[in-house]
Design a protein around this ligand. Sequence first.
Ligand code: UD1
Length: 418
Amino acid sequence: MDSFIINGGKQLKGEIKVSGAKNAVLPLMAAALLSPGESIIENVPNLIDLKTMSHLLRVIGARIEYNEGRLSIDASNCNCFEAPYDLVSKMRASIYVLGPLLGRFHQATVSFPGGCAIGSRPVDLHLTGFEKLGAKIEIKHGNIIAECKGGLKGAEIVFPFVSVGATANLLMGAVLAEGITTIKNAALEPEITHLIDFLNAMGAKIEGKNTNTLVIQGVKELKPTKIKVIADRIEAGTFVIAAAITKSPLKIVNCNPEHLQALFTKLEQAGCHFRIEGDTVLVLPAEVIKPVDVVTEPFPSFPTDLQAQFMAYMTLADGVSHITETIYPDRFLHAAELNRLNADISVKNGTATVSGVKNLSGAKVMATDLRASAALVLAGLVAEGQTTISRIYHIDRGYDKIEEKLSNVGADIQRIIM
Ligand code: UD1
């Protein structure tokens, strides 16, 4: 298992280019199953999760090619409607094939996703949504077995709370359902808007983009299309925090600043400033970091996927901050690892209390999940001495060559290949 060794305290300088968004590509890849023919997705980062999704689509019978950021998916000859345990257990987003398979082939068997390091991650909203659309669903031997003889039928789905995964999955099923489907309390995340653009370009009829009510007029068939993936707002946000925590005026290029407003607001309260021009953000970091409270919530509020990284920043604030996680209340495994680096964090009832310290100090730590790993990298960049982060396969799931991007702006970070 690979590790990172970081010698902290280096000033960073220059610009970092943001890659395409993992969380946007995953549903697009599943959506490509909705039509025969070759769909093209461009600006695709080279990430383990996307390799896992490619593997799953191949099991289903799609032909996949990836070359320098261009992914081609030909779903003409799909003949196996199953997502097996070994792939679903590696990557929960495998559940995204349920909607397209039910929509186009009227059947799907998907291994039931369990919990993961960030907590229990149920899929009940996905399943009750498909039942509303007429699917029969059985849970047997650890599998979700779903079928809808004659196809899905439009219906009204009202989510009791916002779910990105369920919104994406139900959208992908509803586009080929007979009649009209209405999804109320739909997620507003940019990745959902992007999926709607992709589906509409395939010939779907979805109205209500960027609102929480989506109206889908089912169509008989879809055609393949081409799309360029939006910038990864979480990767961009991680680099913005890298600039802030190292007090370096870094330029983050190729990002969409509109997707980062909640982060900018919190960093401005901490004392940072930003110069935004088109798709470029120049971070002007705070000299003294003011403590700021954060509550994670669905978009456009502060994202759960930046909670760990923001916590790393607050460990060096001049005072006490509180970080409350409402999406995954147990998503705090990074707190104990940050404490190994001399942070002072205690967690109770879904809220972390972070008492700022003068300095972090290098130590051996362990990556526990994808965004937690990013938080440890950020802390390692400023910790005195050497930080070794083990189990960095987590970070490879979601950050394309992070050590290369950070080295290029002056960080001392090395991958040790075991
Ligand atoms: C969530 C985040 C997403 C992030 C991803 C990975 C939100 C709203 N979603 O997406 O931004 O990229 O984690 O970190 O911020 N839930 C149920 N039943 C379901 C589905 C979800 O109870 O069937 C709950 C979840 O446990 C969670 C909340 O709803 O508390 C939001 O879940 P959802 O958005 O579906 O999760 P992801 O798609 O994994």
